[in-house]
Write a protein that binds this ligand. Structure first.
Ligand code: GTP
Length: 377
């Protein structure tokens, strides 16, 4: 374990306040490749800033003063960007796992760095969740119910892809169920939304030195041991940014104000153009599109619901929708990119057509006219 500390200061917490948080930011983000080849998922820009900025800003707005970042994959990039956290009004500490310890192991690994008292609440967030969750309400639920752990639960239309978390009439969690295989197994539409309040002593009890999954081991184990796990259903905005499609949507929703964040660096109507970007006068940017620093958008280009990252170039007449164009990538003239991801530094020549689900790897080069879409196939 590699630990960096900032100067110690006691943490305090009132009844419904939480002053300390752990953010889990060490995952490999495999579903988001190639965006996560050079950049860990929480550092991929959403609405103009690394996604993690939005979570930190929301934690701060809810009263959090100190955040421990549990890092592993590409751990070295977090501290140079966020430093001691003072620019966000927070105190940040970085703890790096030499080998990934999983979501529960990562919590146990940072337990000794917490300053809260044994019974104090500690906020825990997955580093890839975009949500309008009322954090103070989750803390209030935790305090008033006297729970060991309180979980934000959200309702989804199709729960088949998720583990289910049924609760009783008082909101107490009754089970953690694996992804349902049959209609009979869908006993609830409530799922774990990836934000929790832990009693600090519960984090202290997580086994050290081996991988632990908080979802598959810690929570079911606590329930079996008779611990009190409280669910709070909050059906506000919620999106798991684990896939490229979700990430692009989340970025656009931040720009459009559908997803709340104090950290969106200013928008103009339904688009966000960072100050050093260059956009042709007749280019059309809509539906939450963000244009990163030093990016260049050519004449007549049309871009909707997309994120064009720093230094990328979209040439004249290109049409980009619901897509993510990586840092320094180039989209050739008249090329169509729809529902696709172009990795950092990739070059897509003129007159190509990239459609849903296509992922162009970082640094790849597609010659002009190399890819066309045919609905006849
Ligand atoms: P996929 O590989 O695409 O599933 O993404 P992921 O690696 O981020 O995994 P997942 O979405 O299940 O992780 C949920 C949250 O926990 C994310 O914020 C991850 O960064 C974090 N996380 C997952 N595994 C670890 C780990 O071993 N250590 C730490 N510190 N965080 C982790």
């Amino acid at each position: 374990m590699h630990v960096r500390t900032t100067s110690p200061a006691p943490c305090r917490s009132g009844d419904d306040t939480v002053t300390e948080a752990i953010l889990l930011v060490g995952g490999k983000g495999t579903r988001l490749r190639p965006l996560t080849v050079h950049t860990p998922k929480p550092m991929v820009p959403a609405a103009g800033v690394p996604f993690l900025t939005h979570q930190l800003a929301r934690a701060k707005a809810a009263g959090v003063e100190r955040v421990v970042l549990a890092t592993s994959y590409l751990a070295e990039v977090f501290e140079p960007y966020f430093g001691d956290g003072s620019s966000l009004g927070l105190s940040l500490e970085y703890v790096t796992e030499r080998d990934p310890l999983g979501t529960g192991g990562a919590l146990g690994n940072v337990a000794s760095r917490l300053r809260s008292g044994p019974d104090d609440p500690v906020l825990v967030f997955n580093g890839d969740i975009l949500t309008g969750l009322d954090i103070r309400a989750l803390v209030a639920t935790h305090t008033s119910s006297g729970a060991d752990v309180s979980l934000h639960l959200t309702r989804v239309e199709d729960p088949r892809a998720f583990g289910l978390v049924p609760t009783d009439a008082d909101g107490r969690v009754t089970a953690f169920l694996e992804k349902p295989q049959t209609p009979e197994e869908i006993v609830t539409d409530q799922i774990n939304a990836g934000a929790y309040v832990f009693r600090r002593s519960v984090i202290d009890a997580i086994p050290l030195g081996r991988p632990v999954s908080v979802e598959r081991e810690t929570f079911p184990g606590l329930l079996a041991a008779g611990a009190h796990l409280q669910g709070m259903v909050d059906s506000t905005y919620w999106l798991d940014l684990g896939t490229p499609q979700a990430f692009v949507r989340g970025s656009a929703d931040l720009v459009l104000g559908r997803a709340p964040s104090p950290a969106v660096p200013g928008r103009c109507g339904d688009r966000l153009i960072l100050p050093t970007a260059s956009v042709a006068a007749d280019a059309k940017l809509t539906s939450g599109t963000v244009i990163g620093a030093s990016a260049v958008i050519g004449a007549g280009a049309r871009i909707s619901g997309s994120a064009v990252l720093d230094g990328a170039v979209v040439e004249a007449g290109a049409v980009v929708s619901d897509s993510l164009i990586g840092a320094g990538a180039r989209i050739g003239a008249r090329t169509v990119v729809s529902g696709a991801v172009v990795g950092d530094g990739a070059v897509v020549g003129a007159d190509n057509e990239l459609r849903s689900g296509v992922r162009v790897w970082c640094g790849a080069v597609l010659p002009a006219g190399a890819v066309r879409f045919s609905s006849d196939l």
